[in-house]
Design a protein around this ligand. Sequence first.
Ligand code: BTN
Length: 331
Amino acid sequence: MASTRMKLINLLENNRAEYISGQELSNQLDISRTAVWKHMKQLELDGYQIEAAPRKGYRIISNPDKVSQNTLQWGLETKWMGKHLHHYDQVNSTQDIGHELAKEGAPHGTVIVADEQLKGKGRKARSWHSKKGEGIWMSIILRPDLAPVQAPQITLLAATVLAQVLAVEGDVEPQIKWPNDLLIDHKKVSGILTEMQAEQDHIQYIVIGIGMNVNQDGSKFPDDIRYKASSLKESTGHAWDITKLIQKILKKFEHTYEVFLKEGFKPIKLTWEHYGYRIDETVTISTMKKKWKATLVGIEADGALQIRNEDGSHEKLYSAEIEWGEGGYHA
Ligand code: BTN
């Protein structure tokens, strides 16, 4: 059931060209004219520009740049993804909030978005730079009916979602570097961190964290990652609307998840391999014991990377150092 505020925004959005009188709004929303006026003041505080003309009424001039629960949910074309959505100006990590909410019973598809993270977490206990308003710092709670060993499929699925959204919206050629880094022109623009709470044979919930560098200028990246990280703005030459991008990601995520439920992992695997970085190419791989050359073939349903050795044998890799070549950095 839409809130009065959402109904009000809908009415104003759907009549952008015309004014709607206070009386009309009060009738349609079944609230007093004073209450209408109070809602308008709140919308203005949230960044909506609203014109109020005497004897004509109200109309929206422009939507807020600011990301908020309201702007994120307005125009979100999903059935279940993001229907429960929490937006914060500043948090330590959206992952931590995801775990708290999941433990309190938050439903499948709950989304947590922050403008800024003070302790953004990356994979392998690295930190993730998450400055205010510069990117997407978001966690999604999922409750898949899967065994814990299948959890990597969800991460791979998420990577295909991001790749497809970037390809369509950004007109760029993203690639997925195993297991789940999103690259544009060999530089990382996005990463995924999956954390899970599970029993022996059943996943209770997954918190899937998506970090995407959106509007940073290249010079803004710290020295240690400057040569290997990029943002969408850097790659495309223009700033991006973070709200719209989040909405596109959530919509694509919902759709891809439903395809996964219906058709299994196969379509995800094919999409992943389509975008896979250095697939069909030879790279140098090293483990504690040896270093050798092999060709990257694709991914497996358990998240492993499949390689073909020079003697033609196939092997599954779960963790290894890979010399990716360009950029010269490691997995
Ligand atoms: C990686 O190391 O590539 C994964 C980075 C994941 C970062 C995101 S930002 C939103 C969510 N909250 C976090 O603290 N981390 C993830």
